[in-house]
Design a protein around this ligand. Structure first.
Ligand SMILES: NC(=O)c1ccc[n+]([C@@H]2O[C@H](COP(=O)([O-])OP(=O)(O)OC[C@H]3O[C@@H](n4cnc5c(N)ncnc54)[C@H](O)[C@@H]3O)[C@@H](O)[C@H]2O)c1
Length: 252
C-alpha cells in the first residue's frame, strides 16, 4: 500500500536540519512527498534539501525560528505560495535545556527558553498552518513530544514539563478540529540516537536507556517511518493522540 496515494502531497518539516526532522524529511521525500525543510539553521535546512534533491526527490529549504511567529508564518506562507498547498506539518523543533540537575537548580531563564521552543513554538507552528488547512478541509499535524512528557524524566524538569504541556495541547487541538478533516497528533519517543542525545551528559542518557525494555535506542528510520504514516492520508481516524516509540517503556 502506498500511504501517499494523493499527489502532489506537500509536508513542511520544522527542525529538518538534524536528527529526527532530517531523517523524516528524507523518508517522506522517498515516498514521493514534496518536502519543505524548515530550520533555524538555514545552512542545515539547505543541506537536507540538497541531499533530497540529489536522491531524486523534491524539496526546498527555509530558515525560520519556531519561537518567532512572524518569521514562521512568513515561511509557511512562502511554502503555500510556491506549492499552492500544504498538506502536513511535522514539528521536530525542540531543545532539552540544562539537564541532569535537580528541580531547585533549574534557572528560570533556561525554563523560559525551553518553554518558548518546545511548547509555545508548537502553538505558533500550529497557528501558522491551521488557517490554510481549515480552508482546504484537510491537514495532518504531528508534534514530536517525548516519553519525558508522559513519565517525567528526573533531571529534566523544563524538558519534561514542556513536553507534558505539548501532549495536553495536542489533546485539545485534536478535539477542536476533529470535524474539519485535520488530524493533530503527537509522538513520544524514548531515546533515539541524534545530535541532541549525543550532547547530553552520559549519566542522563544511561538513566533514560536503562528504562527501555528492549535495551536499545530507537533508530532514526523507526521514528521517520512512523511519523510519515501519521501525516499521510492513511492515518485518518486518529487525532489528539500521542503515539508511542519507546521500545516498550510506555504501554498505555
Ligand atoms: N532524540 C531523542 O532521543 C528524542 C527523544 C524524545 C523526543 N525527542 C524530540 O524530538 C525532536 C527532535 O529531536 P532530535 O533528537 O532530532 O534533535 P536535534 O537537535 O538533532 O534536531 C533538532 C532540530 O531542531 C532545530 N531547532 C531547534 N530549535 C529550533 C527553533 N527554535 N526553530 C527552528 N528549529 C529549531 C535544530 O536546529 C535542529 O536542527 C525534539 O523535539 C526532541 O525533544 C527526541
Amino acid at each position: 500500500m502506498n500511504y501517499f496515494d494523493r499527489q502532489p502531497y506537500v509536508v513542511a518539516v520544522i527542525g529538518a536540519a538534524s536528527g529526527i526532522g532530517k531523517a523524516t524529511a528524507e523518508f517522506l521525500a522517498g515516498q514521493g512527498v514534496t518536502v519543505a525543510c524548515i530550520d533555524q539553521h538555514e545552512s542545515g535546512a539547505k543541506e537536507t534539501a540538497s541531499a533530497i534533491k540529489k536522491a531524486g526527490g523534491t524539496a526546498d529549504a527555509l530558515a525560520a525560528d519556531v519561537a518567532h511567529p512572524a518569521k514562521l508564518q512568513a515561511a509557511i506562507a512562502a511554502i503555500i505560495e510556491t506549492h499552492g498547498q500544504l498538506d502536513g506539518l511535522v514539528n521536530c523543533a525542540g531543545i532539552t535545556g540544562k539537564t541532569n540537575i535537580k528541580t531547585h537548580e533549574v534557572s528560570l531563564e533556561d525554563f523560559d527558553r525551553v518553554y518558548e521552543i518546545n511548547l509555545k513554538g508548537a502553538l505558533i507552528a500550529s497557528q501558522a498552518v491551521l488557517p490554510h488547512m481549515l480552508k482546504r478541509g484537510y491537514g495532518r499535524i504531528l508534534h514530536v513530544a517525548s516519553i519525558a512528557g508522559k513519565e517525567g524524566n528526573a533531571g529534566m524538569a523544563a524538558y519534561s514539563a514542556t513536553k507534558a504541556g505539548l501532549i495536553g495541547l495536542v489533546k485539545v487541538m485534536g478535539k477542536d478540529y476533529a470535524e474539519t478533516g485535520i488530524t493533530i497528533n503527537a509522538l513520544a519517543p524514548a531515546v533515539i540516537r541524534t545530535p541532541m542525545v549525543a550532547a547530553l551528559p552520559d549519566a542522563q542518557v544511561k538513566y533514560m536507556t536503562d528504562k527501555i525494555p528492549m535495551k536499545r535506542c530507537g533508530e532514526l528510520e523507526e521514528a521517520a517511518s512512523l511519523i510519515a504514516w501519521i501525516v499521510s492520508p492513511a492515518c485518518g481516524f486518529t487525532t489528539g493522540f500521542t503515539f508511542d516509540l519507546t521500545g516498550g517503556r510506555a504501554t498505555y
